[in-house]
Design a protein around this ligand. Structure first.
Ligand code: SF4
Length: 361
């Protein structure tokens, strides 16, 4: 049995049906397979439910403290909006939410977070929305709400480059005053041609404009990139690495994780590669074994993988925070990055041996 798309109401209805001993026949947003049947029953999709009519997420149902302990900081994850209006061809979101978006009203966000802060005394909120900065007026109202209530925590949120480009410096400053400390802006590629191909609907100029604003306001920023798209040329990858170097050199508070493309069901690129013969996992067990972040995927040659891994290593050291113990390797890493010279990676071999990195980026 599956829940498709926004799940709160669908899930509740399924539970009610099962508790009565009934099948979820007709429950919108649900698909299920009866024992012995080959073909599943797919009910119609459920239209988006306005988040404001749903009850608040009940954090009392989980033990919050171990989450803080695992994160190493008192940072609370919170969702103030779901869905996304955009159409990036690698992303499952347009399929899951059908390019719809729903968001909590700013007073409710303020009230819930104040209540949660009084209960859990966190230092920071991470807005786990797909695109927190979707509506400028709402962002302003949330920032003002935090200031009006005198909430002492900082916050991080997701932003698209075109959204940041349209935001004024005054709004950036207001958000920082209200506690914003870091934004995450998915860039994906340094090649405008690739961005157009994946219908990311942003420009490289918008990315640079956002980066400059973040640097001006001393904001941290994570700019995630993806390499290894099917059909991506060596020049496209080099353009990505060049943009990463440019961004990293702008602020020690900027991070540029690189991920390898993985096909998510429902996305346009996945449909294309499946038509060309790529085999997606066929069962839940196969999906459980699917390597989402570790390996490079079939569209990256061994040689390219080696180059990207070395680049990631040197780029991480070259522009990170300056400390006395990092300084020698930092100078060497900058020299290598400026010359695109990643052969004979002795420093990498030593550091990998002494302190292996988690495989995340
Ligand atoms: S990558 Fe982000 S902006 Fe693009 S469709 Fe997915 S959620 Fe929306």
């Amino acid at each position: 049995m599956t829940v498709q798309g926004q799940g709160e109401v669908t899930f509740a209805e399924i539970v009610e049906r099962l508790a009565r001993g009934d099948l979820p026949a007709g429950v919108a947003g649900c698909a299920y397979r009866l024992p012995g049947d080959e073909v599943p029953v797919a009910n119609p999709p459920r239209p988006m439910t306005d988040m404001n009519i749903l009850p608040a997420a009940n954090y009392d149902l989980i033990d919050v403290e171990p989450y803080f302990a695992r994160k190493g900081r008192r940072q609370l994850d919170y969702i103030s909006s779901v869905g996304c209006y955009y159409r990036c061809a690698f992303c499952a979101d347009p399929f899951v939410y059908r390019r719809r978006w729903s968001a909590l009203e700013p007073p409710r966000v303020g009230e819930e977070l104040e209540h949660l802060w009084r209960r859990h005394r966190f230092e920071e909120v991470a807005f786990q929305d797909e695109t927190f900065f979707t509506h400028r007026k709402r962002v302003v109202a949330i920032a003002e709400e935090f200031l009006r209530r005198g909430l002492p925590f900082t916050w991080t949120a997701t932003m698209r480059a075109d959204q940041g480009y349209r935001l004024s410096d005054e709004i950036f400053a207001l958000c920082v005053r209200a506690g914003l400390r870091r934004v995450m802006i998915g860039v994906e590629s340094g090649s405008q041609q690739m961005l157009n191909w994946m219908t990311k609907d942003i420009t490289l100029d918008q990315v640079m404009d956002c980066a400059e604003k973040c640097a001006r306001h001393d904001l941290g920023a994570i700019f995630p990139f993806i390499v290894g798209f099917p059909g991506e040329s060596d020049e496209d990858v080099e353009a990505t690495l060049e943009l990463i170097k440019r961004l990293r050199s702008m602020s020690p508070k900027f991070e540029t994780p690189i991920f390898y493309y993985k096909p998510y069901p429902g996305s346009r690129i996945t449909d294309q590669v499946v038509q060309q013969g790529y085999r997606l996992p066929q069962s839940l067990e196969e999906w459980a074994r699917f390597d989402f972040i570790g390996s490079s995927g079939p569209w990256v040659s061994r040689e390219k993988y080696e180059r990207i891994e070395r680049f990631k290593f040197y780029n991480r050291f070259a522009w990170g925070p300056e400390t006395w113990w990092r300084r020698p390797i930092q100078m060497l890493a900058r020299w290598r990055c400026r010359r695109n010279f990643y052969r004979l990676p002795v420093e990498k071999l030593i550091v990998d041996r002494l302190k292996p990195l988690p495989k995340l980026s």
